[in-house]
Design a protein around this ligand. Structure first.
Ligand code: FEO
Length: 169
């Protein structure tokens, strides 16, 4: 495997674990204000991010590449109100999309079709992640300022259940 592609994939393991840590921090915020449905949604989101990390890890292992783990950064988004995590979440997913696109571009440059095929799943996944994050902001804007609306939204998010990623390696 091209060294630059391998390095970017290795870095992405760290970014995905950071995402899990960030979303756990969001869950922790919502727990502190008593919104257990939002807490549930982000705990499941954190699990999905760990899955993403493990997919990159396994892909590198399957292709005989050495994996190196680096320190995971402290989640440092300022969570000043119930909307803040949602906006930070969308911003973060847009950033992750740019990272996936960068790896794709590097793989494309060296005709690494296998890595491009792996990344096809992530390109689609990022589209879903950004839409989910954006939908949550819209719903919060529409209903979140009213106590009954917030209660219903919290109940809706509390119904989310974890499902394993559709991609297997
Ligand atoms: Fe692993 Fe939320 O992208």
């Amino acid at each position: 495997m091209d060294q630059k592609v391998a390095d970017l994939l290795n870095e992405q393991i760290n970014k995905e674990f950071y995402s899990a840590y960030l979303y756990l921090d969001f869950a922790n915020y919502y727990a502190s204000v008593g919104l257990d449905g939002f807490e549930n949604w982000y705990k499941i989101q954190a699990q999905e991010e760990r899955d993403h990390a493990m997919l990159f890890y396994q892909y590198l292992q399957n292709n005989g590449q050495k994996v190196t783990f680096e320190a995971i950064a402290k989640p440092d988004k300022e969570l000043k109100d119930n909307m803040a995590p949602l906006k930070a979440g969308l911003e973060h997913e847009q950033y992750v999309t740019s990272l996936i696109n960068d790896i794709y571009a590097a793989a494309f440059e060296v005709k690494d079709f296998r890595t491009m095929q792996l990344l096809d799943w992530f390109v689609k996944e990022q589209g879903e992640e950004e839409k989910n994050a954006s939908d949550m902001i819209t719903k919060m804007e529409l209903f979140g300022t009213d106590a009954k609306g917030l209660y219903m939204l919290n109940s809706e998010l509390g119904a989310r259940v974890y499902s394993a990623p559709s991609l297997t390696l």
